[in-house]
Design a protein around this ligand. Structure first.
Ligand code: ZN
Length: 240
């Protein structure tokens, strides 16, 4: 499988960068993990309109799903008629959340018009990949990390998470652990944890036994300690 970083910015965009979006490709299909602002424009640099088979959303913070809104408009008004509807996976209860946003942004069923919407409540198959959602602590919002397997390789993607044993379990023995590292220090996040410092991401990586750690969702202004890898928009990685 091949991972392409479409967008790697944190909750606000780094200069010239898109927010969360990670494309996984193998012979059986193409799966987009999260779809934050800027991701659609980046995907359109590759082809006139994205032809992904499936999109999976970790949680409903805007920086992880916001570009689904313009995706609807472009699909409805210009590009969608010749395409199969991409499958859109959201957590249990997510369909009602989409309908609620839809009522405010356009039409209650706007997302159903251009995506085949599914709710996940356990492992699911998307674009030929097996995806295990793991519930993670992220303030008080329902949030998941994804453990994605295909072609004998496994990618663990944290989405957004505070430190926890669940994060370690998500990444257990994965080939690649793509982990957020938003914070300069743990204390910056207050009492209700939502994010990780680079040191906390490294702690989770070491405890997990994963083979390689890639840090993301980190402000460009925050330098990393030596020896750590941070992804940038456009980076690609081959697994398996
Ligand atoms: Zn978030």
């Amino acid at each position: 499988m091949r991972l392409t970083v479409i967008g790697s910015s944190p909750a606000w965009p780094d200069p010239g960068s898109a927010q969360s979006g990670y494309l996984l490709e193998h012979e059986e299909g193409r799966l987009l993990l999260d779809c934050g602002p800027g991701v659609l424009a980046r995907l359109r640099e590759r082809e006139p309109w994205p032809t992904v088979d499936a999109i999976a959303i970790t949680h409903f913070h805007l920086d992880h799903w916001g570009d689904l809104v313009p995706w609807v408009w472009g699909s409805m008004y210009l590009f969608g008629s010749a395409q199969r509807l991409p499958h859109l996976f959201v957590h249990s209860g997510g369909r009602a959340i989409l309908e609620d946003f839809g009522e405010r942004f356009g039409f209650a069923d706007m997302f159903d018009r251009v995506f085949t919407v599914h709710e996940y409540d356990g492992p699911f198959v998307a674009a030929g990949f097996t995806v295990e959602p793991h519930r993670l602590p992220h303030y008080s919002l329902e949030t998941y990390g994804f453990r994605v397997s295909g072609n004998g390789a496994t990618l663990a993607y944290s989405g957004d998470s505070g430190p926890s044993d669940a994060l370690v379990a998500l990444a257990r023995n994965a080939d690649l652990f793509l982990c957020e590292a938003t914070l300069v220090a743990p204390s910056a996040d207050g009492t209700l944890r939502g994010h990780l410092s680079a040191e906390e991401a490294v702690e989770a990586f070491r405890a997990s036994g994963a083979r390689r750690l890639l840090l993301t969702h980190r402000p460009v202004e925050l330098a990393l300690p030596p020896g750590l890898e941070q992804v940038a928009d456009g980076d690609t990685f081959d697994l398996g």
